[in-house]
Design a protein around this ligand. Structure first.
Ligand code: 5GP
Length: 187
C-alpha cells in the first residue's frame, strides 16, 4: 500500500454519508486505523465508550486541551469534539494509514500541524439532496435541521480548501474515488 503512513482527513456535512463510506473502507482495508475522538456530547443509543467516542465531561475535555493532549478540537452543535494526539502519532510511527473523520474547523487545524496530510471533502450531489437526506432520517427537530443545514452551507463553501472533493451520489463510485485518493488501489 503506497503512502501508508499518511494522515487522511475526511470532512463533509452532516447527512452526506460519511459514516457508511468510512465503514466500508475499514471493512475492506483493516490496515487503516480510524481515530476515536473525544467528545462532550452524550452517547446516542448503541454508541460505545472508546469505540465510537471517548465520552468526556466538559472539565475533563478542557483539561485535555490545556495539557496539549488533542491534535485539534472544535465546537459543533454546542458540544466539543477533539482528536487525541498520542494514538495518532503512535499509529503513524508504526506505518499505518490514519483516518480522521472531523468537521471543518478541525480539518483546518490539522492542515497546519500536518501539512503533508491529505484532506478529502465529501460532498452531496446537491444541497437539495442533502436536505432531503437529513429530513428523511426523521430524528431531528426542525430547529436542529435548520442548524445542520446552515452549518452544511458553510462547509460546502469551504470545499475548495481540500486536496480532493468526492461527491457521494453513487456509494460504490464514491468509495472507489476515496480508494484512489487514499492510494489504496492502483486502477
Ligand atoms: P456527531 O455528533 O454526529 O457524531 O458528530 C458531529 C460532527 O463532529 C461531525 O461533523 C464529525 O465529523 C465531527 N467530529 C467528530 N469527531 C471530531 C473530532 O475529533 N474533531 C472535530 N473537529 N470534529 C469531529
Amino acid at each position: 500500500m503506497a503512502g501508508s503512513s499518511r494522515l487522511i482527513v475526511i470532512t463533509g456535512p452532516s447527512g452526506v454519508g460519511k459514516g457508511i463510506l468510512i465503514q466500508r473502507l475499514l471493512d475492506q482495508y483493516p490496515k487503516i486505523w480510524l481515530s476515536v475522538s473525544a467528545t462532550t456530547r452524550t452517547p446516542r443509543e448503541g454508541e460505545k465508550e472508546g469505540v465510537n467516542y471517548f465520552f468526556y465531561s466538559r472539565d475533563r475535555f478542557n483539561d485535555l486541551v490545556a495539557e496539549g493532549g488533542l491534535l485539534e478540537w472544535a465546537e459543533f452543535a454546542a458540544n466539543c469534539y477533539g482528536t487525541p494526539r498520542i494514538p495518532v502519532e503512535q499509529h503513524l510511527a508504526a506505518g499505518r494509514p490514519v483516518l480522521l473523520e472531523i468537521e471543518l474547523e478541525g480539518a483546518r487545524q490539522v492542515r497546519t500541524s500536518f501539512p503533508d496530510g491529505f484532506q478529502i471533502f465529501l460532498a452531496p450531489p446537491s444541497f437539495e439532496e442533502l436536505e432531503r437526506r437529513i429530513r428523511s432520517r426523521g430524528t431531528d427537530t426542525e430547529d436542529a435541521i435548520q442548524r445542520r443545514l446552515s452549518r452544511a452551507r458553510d462547509e460546502l463553501n469551504a470545499q475548495d480548501e481540500f486536496d480532493a472533493v468526492v461527491i457521494n451520489d453513487d456509494l460504490n463510485q464514491a468509495l472507489h474515488q476515496l480508494e484512489q485518493h487514499m492510494r489504496l488501489t492502483s486502477d
